[in-house]
Write a protein that binds this ligand. Structure first.
Ligand code: MN3
Length: 245
């Protein structure tokens, strides 16, 4: 088995844990910009940086062009590169039967793999000329599981703003009880529950907002509601409901 085949095998098992079907860009009704750019997160035997599905300045004023450019082209790209590097090291270790570094490699794979997945979802969760309120089945599910849309927004805002250090606020679907849950992630990989499917993820690493908002994380989270692509969140819920654990 050559390196490319090994990566493919390793990659398939890793991405399987997250549910590959969830990662495609659902078509949205928001407009050509939001619907364009089907992210290809794994191609040619390696994880890949999906193109941003809109222009770098498309989310202004909520998210400024410089932040979005650095965030996508440098930070997300860095996670993809590190993930592929880690998986290549794991494959080499497997080839040699030398698992001395398995603990460190496992940590790196969890961190960078989760970073790749969450950022890929984050780009598609946002869109220009978006915001407003969720509709249809998504709105009904939010009301049934989380009180009301207004109360859900309060909960996710509170969870996101209060993440300790670097992390994410997350609306997830939990396929055992078949309910929506508001969660936090520290870094990218901590505090999760196996099996949940992230539907809407809000990045509160400082690199996501510091250039424009400095220490005012709450102002960034308030502004991000103006660019949430609810059609994308709704499409992800529809896909998640097909999962079984
Ligand atoms: Mn980030």
């Amino acid at each position: 088995m050559d390196r490319r085949e090994m990566l493919k095998t390793v990659g398939a098992s890793v991405i399987g844990a997250y549910g590959l079907a969830m990662l495609g860009q659902p078509q949205t009704a928001i407009g050509a910009d939001a619907a364009a750019g089907t992210p290809d997160l794994f191609k040619g035997g390696e994880y890949a940086l999906p193109p941003l599905p809109y222009a770098y300045d498309a989310l202004e004023p909520a998210i400024d062009k410089e932040t979005l450019t650095l965030h996508h082209d440098k930070h997300h790209a860095g996670y993809v590169k590190a993930l592929n590097g880690t998986l290549a090291k794991l494959a080499a270790a497997r080839e040699k039967g030398d698992f001395e570094s398995i603990k460190a490699l496992g940590r790196d794979a969890a961190f960078n793999g989760s970073g790749h997945i969450l950022h890929s979802i984050y780009w598609t969760n946002l869109a220009p000329k978006a915001g407003g309120e969720p509709k249809g089945d998504l709105a009904k599910a939010i009301a049934a599981d989380l009180g009301s849309v207004a109360r859900f927004k309060e909960e996710l805002t509170a969870a996101t703003v209060s993440v300790e250090a670097s992390g994410w606020g997350i609306l997830a679907y939990e396929p055992v009880a078949k309910v929506l849950r508001v969660m936090q992630a520290e870094k990218h990989q901590n505090l999760t529950q196996w099996g949940v499917v992230p539907l809407l993820v809000l990045d509160v690493w400082e690199h996501a907002y510091y250039l424009k908002y400095q220490n005012r994380r709450a102002d960034y989270v308030k502004a991000i509601w103006d660019v949430v692509n609810w059609d994308n969140v709704a499409a992800r819920l529809e896909q998640a409901r097909k999962l079984a654990i």
